[in-house]
Design a protein around this ligand. Structure first.
Ligand SMILES: Nc1nc2c(ncn2[C@@H]2O[C@H](COP(=O)(O)OP(=O)(O)OP(=O)(O)O)[C@@H](O)[C@H]2O)c(=O)[nH]1
Ligand SMILES: [Mg+2]
Length: 243
């Protein structure tokens, strides 16, 4: 199997970050998964030209490829398209990673190490040794409150359900009926983890320190946060019906 590890990076208006993050991820992967990785950028036709920069990177680095989507339909859809491409490309392990340096590529090694013992590894801000840098009190409260809310409603022992730095075995992606996931934002992250737990997979958290983006603008919105509030109880109900 030539490239079992795929790092999927969704981008929307990340022109200032994309080159740096791809270079940093490539350097780390060359160390921890030499000759066995690909980096897939999933760009939603960013108006700032991120897609063109990504194409240049792909031309210069054989292990980099770009999936261009015509319109921005949300992070969840971008990830689903990226997962499908990685699976077609014979990925054994797929890693989700943001483009804005909030997810430090130095954790790629620890994520892969932990994947030796688990089916799904979560980079977690809310376990011992993890944390968040540069966030104000309000954002910290919303994030922690959201995780606590989801954990309580769903009744699962996971501390960071909304994080987007995760390492997923192919068998999980194949088992959790990706085609029926509709969620866009934080709920997408919660739902992937929740479905993996329901399917009986081993899910583990490793500590990460999350840094706020230093350049570019956030795509997170009140609408996406609200989606998380109302959608989580629906996830729970689905488990109820399954018995
Ligand atoms: N392809 C695609 N990428 C997206 C979309 N929304 C966000 N992204 C990317 O997904 C990653 C996470 O989005 P962010 O805007 O950083 O969201 P966040 O990390 O929750 O918020 P901040 O802390 O404010 O950065 C970044 O790499 C974004 O460029 C989308 O609709 N389509
Ligand atoms: Mg971010």
């Amino acid at each position: 199997m030539p490239n079992p590890v795929w790092v999927v990076i969704p981008t929307y208006n990340e022109a200032e970050n994309i080159e740096g993050i791809v270079r940093a991820a490539a350097a780390e992967l060359a160390r921890v998964a030499p000759d066995a990785h690909r980096i897939l950028i999933v760009d939603d036709n960013s108006p700032d030209g991120t897609g063109q920069i990504a194409d240049r990177l792909a031309a210069a680095h054989p292990q980099v490829e770009v999936l261009h989507r015509a319109t921005k339909t949300g992070l969840g859809h971008a990830y689903l398209a990226g997962f499908a491409q990685a699976l077609r490309g014979e990925a054994e392990i797929v890693i989700e990673m943001d483009a804005d340096f909030s997810h430090d590529p130095r954790y790629l090694g620890p994520l892969l190490d932990a994947a030796g013992e688990a089916d799904l590894v979560l980079g977690s801000r809310y376990v011992d040794g993890g944390g968040v840098e540069d966030w104000g009190l309000l954002r910290r409260l919303i994030s922690r409150g959201g995780c606590f809310y989801a954990r309580t409603i769903l009744g699962v022992p996971i501390h960071d359900l909304t994080g987007g730095f995760k390492c997923i075995h192919r068998r999980v992606l194949e088992a959790i009926s990706l085609e029926t996931i509709r969620a866009e934002g934080y709920v997408f992250q919660i739902e992937v983890t929740y479905r993996a737990l329901l399917a009986g997979f081993r899910v583990t958290e490793i500590p990460i320190v999350f840094r706020d983006r230093s350049v570019g603008s956030s795509k997170m919105s009140a609408r996406i946060a609200a989606e998380a509030m109302w959608a989580v109880p629906f996830l729970r109900r689905r488990r109820g019906r399954r018995g």
